[in-house]
Ligand binder design. Structure first.
Ligand code: SF4
Ligand code: SF4
Length: 256
Protein backbone atom coordinates (compact mmCIF):
# COMPACT_ATOMS: atom_id res chain seq x y z
CA UNK A 1 0.00 0.00 0.00
CA UNK A 2 1.38 3.45 -0.89
CA UNK A 3 2.00 6.10 1.80
CA UNK A 4 -0.88 8.16 0.43
CA UNK A 5 -3.28 5.22 0.52
CA UNK A 6 -2.16 4.42 4.09
CA UNK A 7 -2.80 8.05 5.12
CA UNK A 8 -6.23 7.95 3.51
CA UNK A 9 -7.06 4.68 5.26
CA UNK A 10 -5.86 6.07 8.62
CA UNK A 11 -8.01 9.19 8.24
CA UNK A 12 -11.08 7.20 7.35
CA UNK A 13 -10.68 5.21 10.58
CA UNK A 14 -11.14 8.44 12.59
CA UNK A 15 -14.38 10.22 13.59
CA UNK A 16 -15.66 12.23 10.64
CA UNK A 17 -16.40 15.94 11.02
CA UNK A 18 -19.62 16.25 9.03
CA UNK A 19 -20.42 19.36 7.02
CA UNK A 20 -21.60 22.10 9.41
CA UNK A 21 -20.55 20.14 12.52
CA UNK A 22 -18.54 22.22 15.01
CA UNK A 23 -15.44 21.30 17.01
CA UNK A 24 -13.74 23.17 19.86
CA UNK A 25 -10.07 23.82 19.49
CA UNK A 26 -7.33 26.43 19.94
CA UNK A 27 -3.55 26.20 19.96
CA UNK A 28 -1.44 28.98 21.51
CA UNK A 29 1.58 29.34 23.82
CA UNK A 30 -0.77 29.13 26.83
CA UNK A 31 -1.82 25.50 26.27
CA UNK A 32 0.02 23.06 28.61
CA UNK A 33 1.09 20.88 25.67
CA UNK A 34 2.56 23.75 23.61
CA UNK A 35 5.02 22.33 21.01
CA UNK A 36 4.29 18.73 22.10
CA UNK A 37 3.18 17.81 18.58
CA UNK A 38 6.20 19.23 16.73
CA UNK A 39 8.50 16.20 16.93
CA UNK A 40 8.92 12.69 15.57
CA UNK A 41 6.66 13.38 12.59
CA UNK A 42 6.30 11.51 9.35
CA UNK A 43 5.57 14.69 7.44
CA UNK A 44 5.35 14.40 3.67
CA UNK A 45 6.04 17.72 1.96
CA UNK A 46 4.03 18.58 -1.13
CA UNK A 47 5.63 20.58 -3.97
CA UNK A 48 3.82 23.70 -2.70
CA UNK A 49 5.08 23.09 0.86
CA UNK A 50 8.64 22.89 -0.46
CA UNK A 51 8.22 26.07 -2.49
CA UNK A 52 6.86 28.03 0.49
CA UNK A 53 9.43 26.70 2.94
CA UNK A 54 12.53 27.20 0.86
CA UNK A 55 11.41 30.68 -0.20
CA UNK A 56 10.84 31.62 3.45
CA UNK A 57 14.26 30.25 4.37
CA UNK A 58 15.97 31.99 1.44
CA UNK A 59 17.51 28.73 0.21
CA UNK A 60 18.01 27.24 -3.23
CA UNK A 61 15.92 24.14 -3.84
CA UNK A 62 19.09 22.03 -3.80
CA UNK A 63 20.09 23.40 -0.39
CA UNK A 64 16.61 22.91 1.02
CA UNK A 65 16.29 19.34 -0.24
CA UNK A 66 19.75 18.44 1.06
CA UNK A 67 19.39 20.04 4.49
CA UNK A 68 15.73 19.49 5.35
CA UNK A 69 14.35 16.46 3.54
CA UNK A 70 14.54 12.69 3.30
CA UNK A 71 13.95 11.34 -0.18
CA UNK A 72 11.87 8.28 -1.04
CA UNK A 73 10.21 6.98 -4.16
CA UNK A 74 6.52 6.03 -4.31
CA UNK A 75 6.49 2.36 -5.32
CA UNK A 76 3.17 2.57 -7.18
CA UNK A 77 3.85 5.69 -9.26
CA UNK A 78 7.66 6.06 -9.21
CA UNK A 79 7.12 9.69 -8.18
CA UNK A 80 9.76 11.25 -5.92
CA UNK A 81 8.57 12.04 -2.40
CA UNK A 82 10.23 14.26 0.18
CA UNK A 83 9.65 14.04 3.93
CA UNK A 84 10.67 16.74 6.39
CA UNK A 85 13.87 15.55 8.10
CA UNK A 86 13.54 15.55 11.88
CA UNK A 87 16.52 16.60 14.06
CA UNK A 88 18.91 14.09 15.50
CA UNK A 89 17.98 14.86 19.13
CA UNK A 90 16.28 12.57 21.65
CA UNK A 91 12.79 13.92 20.76
CA UNK A 92 13.43 13.91 17.00
CA UNK A 93 12.26 17.53 16.97
CA UNK A 94 11.07 19.34 13.89
CA UNK A 95 13.96 21.54 12.69
CA UNK A 96 11.70 24.60 12.90
CA UNK A 97 10.32 24.28 16.42
CA UNK A 98 11.56 26.79 19.01
CA UNK A 99 10.53 27.37 22.65
CA UNK A 100 8.32 30.23 21.46
CA UNK A 101 6.67 28.11 18.74
CA UNK A 102 7.06 27.46 15.03
CA UNK A 103 9.85 29.60 13.54
CA UNK A 104 8.39 29.40 10.02
CA UNK A 105 4.74 29.78 11.07
CA UNK A 106 3.52 31.88 8.08
CA UNK A 107 4.96 29.24 5.71
CA UNK A 108 4.43 26.05 7.73
CA UNK A 109 3.41 22.98 5.73
CA UNK A 110 -0.22 22.28 4.88
CA UNK A 111 -0.37 19.25 7.21
CA UNK A 112 0.63 21.45 10.20
CA UNK A 113 -2.08 23.94 9.26
CA UNK A 114 -4.78 21.31 8.87
CA UNK A 115 -4.12 19.64 12.26
CA UNK A 116 -6.15 18.70 14.32
CA UNK A 117 -8.23 17.91 11.28
CA UNK A 118 -7.27 15.48 8.59
CA UNK A 119 -8.48 16.10 5.05
CA UNK A 120 -9.16 13.11 2.81
CA UNK A 121 -9.73 13.77 -0.87
CA UNK A 122 -11.30 11.64 -3.55
CA UNK A 123 -10.85 12.28 -7.24
CA UNK A 124 -13.84 11.54 -9.44
CA UNK A 125 -13.71 10.01 -12.93
CA UNK A 126 -14.03 13.52 -14.38
CA UNK A 127 -11.01 14.74 -12.32
CA UNK A 128 -13.15 16.66 -9.82
CA UNK A 129 -12.11 16.60 -6.17
CA UNK A 130 -14.37 15.94 -3.20
CA UNK A 131 -13.14 16.35 0.37
CA UNK A 132 -14.02 14.94 3.79
CA UNK A 133 -12.68 15.95 7.18
CA UNK A 134 -11.77 13.82 10.16
CA UNK A 135 -10.83 14.77 13.72
CA UNK A 136 -7.35 13.69 14.80
CA UNK A 137 -7.85 13.65 18.58
CA UNK A 138 -4.53 12.66 20.14
CA UNK A 139 -4.30 12.13 23.93
CA UNK A 140 -1.47 14.65 24.40
CA UNK A 141 -3.30 17.48 22.61
CA UNK A 142 -5.10 19.76 25.08
CA UNK A 143 -6.29 22.15 22.37
CA UNK A 144 -9.71 20.45 22.35
CA UNK A 145 -10.34 21.78 25.87
CA UNK A 146 -10.27 25.38 24.59
CA UNK A 147 -13.54 27.20 23.98
CA UNK A 148 -13.09 28.56 20.47
CA UNK A 149 -15.14 26.51 18.03
CA UNK A 150 -15.19 26.02 14.29
CA UNK A 151 -16.73 24.30 11.32
CA UNK A 152 -14.22 22.88 8.85
CA UNK A 153 -14.49 25.79 6.38
CA UNK A 154 -13.79 28.36 9.11
CA UNK A 155 -10.76 26.38 10.26
CA UNK A 156 -9.39 26.11 6.72
CA UNK A 157 -9.63 29.80 6.05
CA UNK A 158 -8.27 30.77 9.50
CA UNK A 159 -5.21 28.59 8.88
CA UNK A 160 -4.56 29.98 5.38
CA UNK A 161 -5.28 26.60 3.80
CA UNK A 162 -7.28 27.68 0.77
CA UNK A 163 -4.19 28.33 -1.42
CA UNK A 164 -2.42 25.26 -0.03
CA UNK A 165 -5.33 22.98 -0.84
CA UNK A 166 -5.74 24.41 -4.34
CA UNK A 167 -2.08 23.73 -5.11
CA UNK A 168 -1.99 20.37 -3.38
CA UNK A 169 -5.16 19.17 -5.10
CA UNK A 170 -3.62 19.86 -8.50
CA UNK A 171 -0.62 17.76 -7.48
CA UNK A 172 -2.93 14.99 -6.20
CA UNK A 173 -4.72 14.94 -9.56
CA UNK A 174 -1.38 14.40 -11.29
CA UNK A 175 -0.47 11.58 -8.89
CA UNK A 176 -3.89 9.94 -9.26
CA UNK A 177 -3.60 10.01 -13.02
CA UNK A 178 -0.26 8.20 -12.87
CA UNK A 179 -1.64 5.73 -10.34
CA UNK A 180 -4.49 4.89 -12.71
CA UNK A 181 -1.90 3.79 -15.27
CA UNK A 182 -0.90 1.07 -12.78
CA UNK A 183 2.77 1.30 -13.63
CA UNK A 184 5.53 3.50 -12.21
CA UNK A 185 7.32 6.08 -14.33
CA UNK A 186 10.90 5.41 -15.48
CA UNK A 187 13.93 6.67 -13.51
CA UNK A 188 14.63 9.44 -16.06
CA UNK A 189 11.04 10.63 -15.84
CA UNK A 190 11.28 10.57 -12.05
CA UNK A 191 14.24 12.96 -12.20
CA UNK A 192 12.20 15.22 -14.45
CA UNK A 193 9.25 15.15 -12.03
CA UNK A 194 11.60 16.03 -9.14
CA UNK A 195 13.01 18.95 -11.11
CA UNK A 196 9.66 20.33 -12.25
CA UNK A 197 7.77 19.92 -8.98
CA UNK A 198 10.37 20.55 -6.29
CA UNK A 199 13.09 22.72 -7.84
CA UNK A 200 11.49 25.80 -9.34
CA UNK A 201 14.86 27.61 -9.57
CA UNK A 202 16.51 24.80 -11.56
CA UNK A 203 13.34 24.23 -13.59
CA UNK A 204 13.56 27.87 -14.72
CA UNK A 205 17.08 27.16 -16.01
CA UNK A 206 15.77 24.09 -17.83
CA UNK A 207 12.96 26.13 -19.41
CA UNK A 208 15.48 28.74 -20.64
CA UNK A 209 18.13 26.26 -21.83
CA UNK A 210 15.67 24.16 -23.83
CA UNK A 211 13.54 27.03 -25.16
CA UNK A 212 10.55 25.08 -23.86
CA UNK A 213 8.04 27.95 -23.81
CA UNK A 214 8.74 28.73 -27.48
CA UNK A 215 7.44 25.29 -28.41
CA UNK A 216 4.13 25.70 -26.61
CA UNK A 217 1.02 27.56 -27.68
CA UNK A 218 0.44 30.08 -24.88
CA UNK A 219 -0.01 33.83 -24.53
CA UNK A 220 2.81 36.18 -23.54
CA UNK A 221 1.20 37.02 -20.22
CA UNK A 222 1.35 33.39 -19.06
CA UNK A 223 4.91 33.02 -20.39
CA UNK A 224 5.98 36.06 -18.41
CA UNK A 225 4.32 34.75 -15.25
CA UNK A 226 6.07 31.37 -15.62
CA UNK A 227 9.44 33.09 -15.99
CA UNK A 228 9.03 35.47 -13.05
CA UNK A 229 6.69 33.87 -10.52
CA UNK A 230 7.55 30.52 -8.90
CA UNK A 231 3.92 29.71 -8.02
CA UNK A 232 2.88 30.24 -11.65
CA UNK A 233 5.87 28.07 -12.64
CA UNK A 234 4.69 25.28 -10.36
CA UNK A 235 1.21 25.40 -11.94
CA UNK A 236 2.86 25.23 -15.34
CA UNK A 237 5.09 22.35 -14.18
CA UNK A 238 2.05 20.23 -13.35
CA UNK A 239 0.39 21.02 -16.70
CA UNK A 240 3.63 20.27 -18.53
CA UNK A 241 4.16 16.98 -16.68
CA UNK A 242 0.64 15.93 -17.69
CA UNK A 243 1.55 16.68 -21.28
CA UNK A 244 4.82 14.72 -21.03
CA UNK A 245 3.50 11.75 -19.04
CA UNK A 246 0.00 11.39 -20.50
CA UNK A 247 0.24 13.16 -23.86
CA UNK A 248 -2.48 15.73 -23.13
CA UNK A 249 -3.31 18.73 -20.98
CA UNK A 250 -6.30 21.06 -21.27
CA UNK A 251 -4.29 24.29 -21.10
CA UNK A 252 -1.13 23.34 -23.01
CA UNK A 253 -0.73 22.54 -26.68
CA UNK A 254 2.51 21.90 -28.57
CA UNK A 255 3.04 24.19 -31.59
CA UNK A 256 3.20 22.26 -34.86
S1 SF4 B 1 6.80 23.13 10.68
FE1 SF4 B 1 6.23 24.33 12.47
S2 SF4 B 1 4.15 23.66 12.98
FE2 SF4 B 1 5.02 22.12 11.61
S3 SF4 B 1 5.90 20.58 12.94
FE3 SF4 B 1 7.54 22.04 12.47
S4 SF4 B 1 7.50 23.55 14.12
FE4 SF4 B 1 5.56 22.41 14.19
S1 SF4 C 1 -0.59 19.22 20.97
FE1 SF4 C 1 -2.41 20.32 20.19
S2 SF4 C 1 -2.74 22.12 21.50
FE2 SF4 C 1 -0.70 21.23 21.97
S3 SF4 C 1 0.69 22.44 20.71
FE3 SF4 C 1 0.14 20.67 19.48
S4 SF4 C 1 -1.68 21.28 18.28
FE4 SF4 C 1 -1.37 22.80 19.91
Amino acid sequence: MSDLDATQQFLESLPELKKGQRFSFACHPGVPCFNACCSDLNLMLTPYDVLRLRTALGLSSQEFIQDYTVFTMAADTGFPLFRLRMCDDSRKSCPFVRPEGCSIYPDRPGACRTYPLGRATRIGDDGSISERFFIVREPHCKGFQEEQNWVSGEWLSDQGLVTYNENNDRYMQLLARQKDKAEPIQAGQSNMVALALYQQDNFLRFISDTGLLGRLDMDDERKQAILTDEEARLHFAIDWLELVLFGENDSLKVLR
